[in-house]
Design a protein. Structure first.
Length: 152
């Protein structure tokens, strides 16, 4: 398959036994939809700069939709990752390929990290609320703490 940006052959490799195609010139990647989260986790793990809930992620300058899916040649859908317009990526609904440009993957990993932190915080807030209500309304706080602290 050819890089949709550079028109040269993509290098085929695997990540978690799934096919991943890389362009050696622009470092863009063609990956299967289901591989996106596992790959973002890997990228998050090696990112040098720390990201927290308050890190401002500026919108990446969108270099535009790719011409066509490198595999089936149909028009790919150009859309904002996680429903925001910070990173615009391209996906093929026919073959479930996603095309990500090199710098996009890093920003997506930051967005992914941020959404996980927000999730963890709201989970902690919910848990704190349950404990508060338990303290106020009855004396079953021991069992709630047991639930949190012990596995069984
Ligand atoms: Zn390329
Ligand atoms: Zn396709």
């Amino acid at each position: 398959m050819l890089c949709p940006r550079c028109n040269i052959d993509l290098i085929e490799g695997t990540s978690d036994e799934e096919e991943v195609n890389l362009c050696q010139k622009c470092s863009g990647a063609l990956i299967k939809q289901k591989m996106l989260i596992p790959i973002l986790k890997k990228v998050s793990g090696v990112m040098p700069d720390k990201v927290d809930e308050n890190t401002f992620l500026p919108r990446l300058n969108d270099i535009g939709a790719v011409a066509a899916c490198p595999d089936c040649k149909s028009q790919m859908e150009h859309y904002g990752y996680m429903g925001s317009n910070i990173v615009m990526i391209d996906g093929c609904n026919e073959c479930n390929w996603i095309w990500v440009d090199a710098r996009e993957l890093v920003v997506m990993a930051k967005l992914y990290t941020q959404s996980n932190l927000n999730y963890e915080r709201s989970r902690a807030n919910r848990m704190a609320k349950v404990i508060d209500e338990t303290y106020i309304n009855n004396d079953s706080k021991e069992s709630i703490l047991e639930m949190i602290l012990f596995d069984d």
